[in-house]
Design a protein around this ligand. Structure first.
Ligand code: GTQ
Length: 354
């Protein structure tokens, strides 16, 4: 086989030939499963974050009617989890809202059960609609209301059921795109459809959220609290807002905390609740964590990289990593948000623009 050979680079007779010689070399090393770094350096070690994720809003009127329609197609039990995935428009087929987070809207109809299972991926629920369906997690049966923030941590057994007479819909956010990036996913199903519950509704919040901790407390990597109820969290952001404790970018905002550490609720995901006063015009902000927002009350808009996302109650929207955004809330609003910030911080990756 004739192989192009390189003479000294830069010699006059070689100049027009060098690209062909290099290409022949690249072709040969590819057969040995090698490649030249210098061809890809700028795209693998980027100067700034590069994201495929697009800013996007899912309007609840569409989401709700389609999720309700799915209720006539398949039962929660047959589906295992009857969820419509909120797919980022740039990531269709990948089950991702952002590159690291999954989002979906789950519905449980009266009398239905979503059977018990567990997985390495952590999940949160943020309740959009309905009253009185439950998630049972690690022995606690949490009956949920709109605005409640419910945690199902890594490997915690969980099942959902609806003993009320209304459908319940909630937003699920899971970290499985990140877990799958590490190829570290496990899951299994419980023998029994619904787990036996040993603790009353609200037990973990009452026990761990009271300003005292038992000796030798809680050493797991995630919060012991199962349900951070809206009834308890909302008055706190309202009080901050009344007191003028309003961040220029984020409004009157709290982060959901692990009471045993003061840190985030999960090692992989962090969550916040923010209230904006009437006429709020937020200053621009960006950080390396792509963020999923839910409008809980009021309405407004978020401008991301020049694109205006308008939102109202139960609309879900996404701000990609490192895209500059600001919120506007002419009539005031409450926003829930969640991102992979704790994971990025733990790895030393997280940055924000100050
Ligand atoms: O409720 O356990 O949206 O396992 C995706 C995967 C919900 C759940 C989802 C899940 C669940």
């Amino acid at each position: 086989m004739a192989v192009a050979t390189a003479t000294k680079p830069g010699t006059p007779d070689n100049k027009h030939n060098i690209e062909a010689v290099r290409q022949a070399f690249y072709d040969r090393i590819a057969k040995k499963d090698m490649a030249p770094l210098w061809k890809v350096m700028a795209s693998v070690v980027t100067k700034e974050p590069v994201t495929r994720c697009q800013p996007h809003v899912w309007n609840y009127s569409d989401v709700k009617s389609l999720v309700m329609e799915s209720g006539g197609l398949i039962t929660a039990e047959e589906a295992n989890r009857r969820v419509l995935i909120l797919e980022n428009p740039a990531l269709h087929g990948e089950s991702k809202a952002t590159n690291t987070l999954f989002a979906g809207v789950q519905m449980i109809l009266p009398g239905e059960v979503a059977p018990a299972h567990r997985h390495v991926s952590s999940a949160i629920r943020f309740v959009l609609d309905g009253e009185g369906a439950y998630t049972a997690v690690e022995g606690e049966k949490a009956f949920m209301s709109r605005g409640d923030f419910v945690i199902t941590a890594n490997w915690a057994p969980h099942d959902h059921g609806n003993t009320s007479d209304k459908p319940m819909l909630w937003l699920d956010v899971l970290d499985f795109p990140a877990v799958n990036f590490y190829e570290a996913s496990f899951a299994d199903h419980a023998d029994e459809k619904t787990q036996k519950t040993t603790r009353a509704d609200g037990d973990s919040l009452n026990f761990y959220g009271s300003g005292v901790l038992p000796d030798g407390a809680w050493s797991k990597t995630y919060t012991p609290v199962i349900n951070y109820t809206y009834a308890r969290t909302r008055p706190i952001v309202e009080r901050m807002m009344q007191a003028g404790d309003i961040d220029k970018r984020h409004g009157a905002r709290v982060s959901y905390a692990n009471p045993a550490t003061g840190g985030p609720v999960l090692p992989t995901m962090g969550a916040w609740l923010a209230m904006f006063p009437k006429g709020f015009k937020g200053e621009p902000y960006r950080s390396t964590d792509g963020t999923i927002f839910v409008c809980v009350e009021g309405e407004g808009s978020t401008t991301v990289d020049g694109k205006v996302l308008k939102w109202g109650p139960n609309d879900v929207f996404v701000v990609p990593p490192w895209k500059r955004y600001h919120h506007n809330a002419p009539v005031g609003a409450v926003l829930f948000s969640i991102s992979d910030r704790p994971a990025q911080k733990a790895l030393g990756l997280w940055r924000e623009e100050q």
